[in-house]
Design a protein around this ligand. Structure first.
Ligand code: 5AD
Ligand code: SF4
Length: 515
């Protein structure tokens, strides 16, 4: 691709919609804004160069835009979205806006959306229906849709046609353009749509307002090039782009210095970390973890892994323990080699089991969790049984389980499917029974044990009780002093449940002052 084509691709395809009140067919307009997910087009993208930028600044003309105004962001979906919300909150604050917890109180409302399954999308459309009432009461309210759904042509189409009271739609690569988008929305009576067709660059110095001071998220890479046949993420999040290790190390050091107790490294497929950093010789996730573990922060996690790139060096580094947590979330999706092949996961049941064997050999105390999809197009009973048997064979402690949801533009959505919905639901129920049983079993082992809990605050269900997580991500509720919040304390488990543990804090030894 020559420079001219590259720049053309990179152009911000930003435009205002036709008059909101008009009922004309918008299809021509969309062709200019974005294209539907296309595997063929997306696979061409590897050659595009990624630029690293460090020059984000609020331009003079936007300063004070938020004075006297409040923002509210509702986040759907994964941790990546949660973290994007922290960045958008940072930009709002830099513009002078104040945060609010109530939609009624807000002058700007953003829905940061998830596109991974249809019901995630339906929730957003439902919420837009509710917000319409508020918008009618408060015509000055700005309402925006961002996140993964806004990267889909069909969604933008639907919003323009059915939810034309929305003021802004912007994509996952346009977050740093928020000041300009807000400005355009204030100045225009028409819907502002800004979705880049090119996957974004890596922008390092965006402001962030982190939720809490105990656990922090750190992006290590963006996008995904795996193209599992069911998944919309490679289209909504773009191609794999790794952050430079020195930037990540600096961010983790900074969090440690601020007193954060835990970081979770984020990426759609963290095991591909470093593949695109051509100037660094084979610097991969294992090397990054090996560098990060030397930082004085008590807990380091990462999510989400793909078994394909989970290499021996990473296992070797994780086995060093210390602040690298002994919990690995390793999505398997199916226990059948045939289904895995149709999913384009690029590993077999046996290869997955072999990887698990290696991990357990190196880290005997490891806790393993996973993601599973049931009811893939044409999945047979036998293939589903293989998923159940793999679940037992690995001994997963818990799992996120889903019924396959067709996503427009993905290869799986084109497949004929002979599995009726009632069969899919039945399979999900059978799998969930196994997941519940396994979780309860795993929890029982903690009875009377002493565990280390990072205390996050009061329990959501009972303010008299504190709640936190063990190194293996088990939720623990216990009575203890508020001074324990933000610390890692020892708790003796007195009762085990399916999804959580109850316990008693063991008296903390006050450090003896030496005179
Ligand atoms: N249908 C159902 N589940 C899906 N996931 C991703 N795409 C789909 C889909 N189209 C699940 C996978 C993934 C998790 C984040 O969501 O299990 O690991
Ligand atoms: Fe989607 Fe994960 Fe597969 Fe990437 S690796 S395509 S994010 S399921």
């Amino acid at each position: 691709m020559n420079e001219e084509q590259r720049l053309e691709n990179q152009q911000v395809e930003s435009t205002n919609s036709p008059d909101k009140k008009s009922t004309e067919d918008y299809s021509k307009y969309f062709d200019k804004v974005m294209t539907a997910p296309s595997l063929k087009d997306a696979k061409q993208r590897g050659k595009e160069e990624v630029k690293y930028q460090n020059d984000f600044a609020i331009s003079e003309e936007f300063r004070g835009m938020g004075e006297g105004r409040k923002f509210y962001i509702r986040t759907y979906g994964c941790q990546m979205n949660e973290h994007d919300t922290e960045v958008m909150a940072g930009i709002f604050m830099a513009l002078g806006y104040e945060p609010t917890e109530s939609v009624e109180d807000a002058n700007v409302i953003l829905l940061n959306t998830c596109a991974v399954r249809e019901n995630a999308e339906n929730k957003v459309f439902g919420e837009l229906g509710h917000l319409k009432v508020l918008k009618l009461e408060k015509p000055d309210l700005l309402l925006g849709v961002c996140g993964c759904m806004s990267q889909e042509e069909s969604v933008v189409n639907k919003i323009l046609k059915t939810y034309n009271f929305v003021d802004m739609i912007f994509g996952t690569h346009n977050i740093h353009r928020l000041p300009n988008i807000l400005h355009d929305a204030y100045m225009s009576k028409e819907m502002v749509v800004e979705v880049w067709s090119k996957e974004g660059d890596v922008i390092e110095n965006l402001p962030k307002v982190r939720r809490g001071k105990i656990k922090g998220w750190v992006n290590i890479m963006y996008g995904c090039d795996k193209f599992c046949t069911y998944c919309i993420v490679p289209y909504t999040r773009g191609k794999e782009r790794s952050r430079r290790p020195e930037e990540i190390i600096q961010e983790v050091r900074h969090l440690a210095a601020q007193g954060f107790q835990e970081v979770t490294l984020l990426g759609q497929n963290v095991n591909a970390y470093g593949k695109d950093l051509e100037d660094l010789f084979n610097y991969r996730l294992g090397d990054l973890m090996d560098d990060l573990r030397k930082i004085d922060i008590p807990r380091i996690r990462f999510t989400t892994s793909h078994p394909r790139d989970f290499d021996d060096h990473l296992i070797e580094v994780l086995a060093k323990g210390g602040n690298l947590m002994n919990h690995i979330h390793l999505p398997v999706q199916s226990g059948s080699t045939e289904v895995l092949k149709i999913m384009a996961r690029k590993y077999t049941r046996e290869q997955y089991l072999e990887l698990i064997r290696k991990i357990k050999a190196a880290i005997p105390d490891v806790s393993l969790t996973t993601d599973i999809i049931v009811g893939y197009p044409n999945e047979t009973d036998e293939q589903f049984e293989e998923t159940l048997s793999l679940y037992k064979e690995v001994g997963f402690e818990t799992a996120y389980t889903f019924i396959y949801s067709p996503r427009e533009g993905t290869p799986a959505a084109e497949m004929q499917d002979n599995v009726p919905m009632n069969v899919k639901k039945d399979r999900l129920q059978r799998l969930n029974s196994l997941v519940n049983e396994s979780s309860a079993e795993a929890m029982k082992k903690y009875q009377d044990q002493i565990v280390e809990v990072l205390v996050e605050g009061e329990s959501k269900n009972n303010p008299d009780v504190l709640a936190g997580y063990t190194s293996k991500s088990k939720l623990v509720n216990f009575k203890g002093p508020n001074s324990a919040i933000g610390k890692i304390v020892k708790v003796k488990i007195t009762q085990t449940k399916t999804w959580s543990l109850n316990g008693e804090m063991i008296e903390q030894q006050e450090p003896v002052e030496v005179k």
